[in-house]
Each structure stands twice: as C-alpha cells, then as structure tokens.
Write a protein that binds this ligand. Structure first.
Ligand code: B12
Length: 388
C-alpha cells in the first residue's frame, strides 16, 4: 500500500501535469535542438501532450506503489514509437529530462522515489519489445476461432452486412451469447487493439469495428432479458473519463443472463452519480470497470462516495484502495476485484480479511456469477483493468 509520501507525489504530478509536461518538453528541446528539425516545429506541442500522458501513468504507478504500471506503459509507448517510426532514443531522452525536472521541482525527499520509478522504466530500453504481443489474439484451436477470424475480416473490410450474417448464422447454429461475447467479440476487440497499436488499423476503422459489435450486442437483448429474475440489483459503470465501455456492458449482460436486474451506466460516469444510483436502488452489487490505469485512483474516490451514500457513519474512515498482494499488470492483463462489506453494518474500515480477491482473469473465470450470488447481503465493489 502506498504511503502518504507516495500519494502526495502522485497528487502533485497529477495536478501539475500540464505545466510539468511543458517544462520537461522545454528541457528536452533545449538539450536536443535537433528534435525541432527532425520532427518539425509542431512536434513540440505533441511532445508536451505525450509527456502529460506519461505523467498520468507515472502518477498512478506511484499512487498505488506499483512501478510496473509505469514500466508496462513505457513498453507500450515503445511499440507505439516504433509503429510511428520515431526513435526510441528520443523517448528515453524525454524520460531523462522528466527525471531531472521532477527532481528539481519536487521536494528533496521525493527525488529517490521519482528516480527509482523512472530509472526502472529506462531499464526496459535494454530489453527490446518486452511485453509486446506479437501474436494475434485469434489463434487456431481457440473456441470459435474460425468464426472470430471471419468476423474480424468482415469488420476490417468494412463489410457490416457479412459481419452481421456471420453472427446470425452462429446464433442459428446454437452458439450461445456468452461464447459469442468472449470468443468472438472480445477476441476481435483485443486483436483490433493490437493492430491499432501497430498502426495497421486506423482510428476510424477501430471506431467502425466497435460500433458494429455494439449494434450486434444490442440485437441479443431479447435473449439476454429473458432469464428468470433473481430479485437482485447490480449497478455497472465506467468511472471518470473512462470511454472503454464494452467490457462493462458485457459484465452487465452476463449478470442479466444470470437473472440480475442491472443498471448499466456506461462510459464516463461521475463517481457521485454512481454512488447516488447504488444508494437509490439499494443495489446488491456494484461493478466498476477501468481500462486506462490512470483511472484507478478514481475507483478509490468512488468507493468513498458509495460508502458515504450507503453507510454515512463509516464514510470518512480513510479507507484507501487496497492493492491485492501480487496484483500487477502481468503480460497483457491484470484484474483487481475488490469487495467490501457495507450493508447491515459489519462495515470495517479495512476490507475484511479474505475479501480482497486475487487478480483473476474473467476471460478464464468466465464471469463466475454464482460467486457473486454467494455474496448475498454484501455490497461488492469490483474493478478491472486490462492492458493489451
Ligand atoms: C475500442 C477501443 C477504444 C474505443 C472504446 C469505445 C467503446 N465504446 O468502448 C475508443 C476509441 C473510445 C478508445 C479510446 C482510447 N483508447 Co482504446 N481501445 C479499444 C480496444 C481496441 C477495445 C476495447 C474493448 O472493447 N475490449 C473488449 C472488452 C470486452 O474487454 P475488456 O474491456 O477487457 O472487458 C472484459 C474484462 O476485462 C472484464 N471486465 C471489464 N470490466 C469489468 C468490470 C468488473 C467489475 C469485472 C468483474 C470484470 C470486468 O469483462 C469483460 C469481458 O470479459 C482496446 C484494446 C483492448 N485490448 O482492449 C483499446 C485500448 C484499451 N485503448 C487504448 C488507448 C491507448 C486508448 C486511447 C488513449 C487512445 C487515444 N489516443 O485516444 C483512448 C483513451 C480513452 C479513454 N479516456 O478511456 C490502449 C490502452 C493501452 C494502455 N497502455 O493503457 C488499448 C489497449 C489499445 C492498444 N493495444 O494500445 N479505445
């Protein structure tokens, strides 16, 4: 768990992100004047934008005391740099400038922390393509791989009609909704993300693919809402500026298939609104979805507000987002499930022992809903972050 000092540094980096990014960029262009010539004058503004993005990840890594968040992000940025035919040396130089400027601008005791986080990420430059997913997410032998590949090809050809036909035929053959979600839609979304990262798929193409999949998911609704009801309510939402909503939507639909009544709030939901909805509907379950790791600190804020709305006596317990032992972005994904008892008020300031789950892959656990149902009477708070 991060100490107060770490949290203070992280807050500073977050709130001063824009001005720090400008100072770091100015330092970089001063030390390496050839950059303006190599990438053009307009590159300075883009560089400052990128640096602000780096700082968001550095801040989250420090806030949660997980250096690997920043290391994995830098690995991800390296692949992006290579895709854009930029020089990795320039990325490394920008990290050197970042370390120097931050050590100057932050109080003395912050310097060793900043240095260790940034140096840790610089070491990855000695290990080329670490963490890079070179293989397709659709592999022969995986369930419904041929269908997934045909569906992906149709999407990449902008052929919405064929994509839709493949899914209609699969449903007619008796392939279940859950299988389609996980083995076709999810696999294709991950693959599209991988291709986007390599610049083999453009932004509009990625938008098109996601839009087609969302429209097909909407067509499954008669089947999804047909399940017998359990009389339990779940709220599902993405926090803060989180725009990746398909995963949350799948979670809500899986719950519906299991008989839950769901309030799916979608992308970009303010924490206060989530808390209000949970309290108003007396929800049994809250599922929070986070993809961009810099939104993880907002989960802690959301939990605080939910506690204030549902359990005012314990609202100000100072409880912070716990980081389960061993939770770290492993390879291309990490999951964090957080549960806390908040009803009827066994509510402890710390989550009760054993309620913080080990990171668990929902893809392999297949959204183990009986497990959720076992927590009757509890308010379950979950969050998941996926990188790929
Ligand atoms: C589509 C997409 C978008 C769309 C999202 C549209 C939408 N309506 O959802 C748009 C265009 C908006 C977008 C924007 C961005 N994206 Co994007 N995006 C993707 C992409 C290709 C697919 C996401 C998806 O649909 N996945 C499929 C779902 C089903 O998977 P999932 O979310 O993991 O959910 C499953 C589980 O995790 C779990 N789960 C999810 N939530 C929860 C919650 C609980 C409680 C539980 C128990 C389980 C659970 O259940 C689901 C089913 O198994 C991913 C690639 C990828 N690997 O995911 C990149 C990706 C996530 N994006 C990425 C990036 C960089 C961005 C942008 C910064 C790009 C930019 N420069 O603008 C922005 C950031 C936006 C923001 N602020 O959120 C990167 C992130 C890399 C990183 N290091 O952080 C990725 C990985 C692409 C890549 N390979 O580089 N993106």
């Amino acid at each position: 768990m991060a100490t107060e000092a770490f949290v203070d540094i992280a807050d500073f980096l977050n709130y001063k992100r824009t001005s720090l990014a400008e100072a770091i960029t100015a330092r970089q262009y001063e030390h390496y004047p050839e950059l303006a010539q190599r990438y053009g004058e307009g590159s300075r503004a883009r560089c400052a934008e990128d640096t602000a993005f780096h700082l968001s990840y550095l801040s989250t890594a420090i806030a949660t005391d997980h250096p690997v968040i920043f290391i994995d992000y830098i690995n991800w940025a390296k692949t992006l740099f290579l895709s854009y035919q930029l020089r990795l040396e320039d990325l490394a130089n920008s990290l050197h400038c970042m370390r120097d400027v931050l050590c100057e601008q932050l109080p003395g005791e912050a310097a060793p922390i900043i240095t260790s986080y940034i140096d840790g990420s610089l070491q990855t430059f000695e290990r080329e393509h670490e963490h890079f997913q070179s293989d397709s997410f659709i592999q022969p032998g995986q369930p419904h791989a041929r269908l997934a590949q045909r569906y992906l090809n149709a999407l990449l050809n902008h052929d919405r009609r064929s994509a839709s036909q493949h899914i209609a035929e699969a449903l007619a053959q008796g392939i279940g909704v859950k299988d389609l979600y996980l083995h076709v839609f999810q696999a294709c979304q991950f693959e599209i993300g991988r291709l986007w990262h390599l610049r083999k798929v453009s932004n509009p193409q990625e938008h098109f693919c996601t839009a087609v999949t969302q429209s097909l998911i909407a067509q499954m609704y008669p089947a999804i809402f047909a399940a017998p009801r359990r009389g339990r309510t779940a709220v599902v939402a993405c926090v803060g500026g989180e725009l990746h909503e398909l995963g949350a939507r799948m979670v809500a639909d899986f719950l519906e298939l299991d008989g839950w009544d769901t309030l799916y709030l979608g992308a970009n939901t303010p924490s206060a609104g989530i808390a209000q909805t949970v309290a108003q509907h007396n929800a049994n379950l809250l599922c929070i979805s986070v993809t961009m790791s810099f939104h993880v600190p907002l989960v802690a804020e959301t939990i605080r507000l939910v506690r204030a709305a549902c359990c005012p006596a314990r609202a100000d317990s100072g409880w912070r987002l716990p980081v389960p032992p061993g939770a770290r972005p492993v390879a291309y994904g990490w999951r964090r499930w957080i549960c806390t008892r908040c009803r009827g008020c066994g509510c402890a300031c710390q989550p009760p022992p054993g309620t913080v789950r080990k990171p668990c892959s929902l893809r392999t656990a297949r959204l183990s809903l009986p497990w959720c149902a076992m927590l009757a009477g509890d308010l379950l708070l979950c969050c998941t972050t996926r990188w790929a």
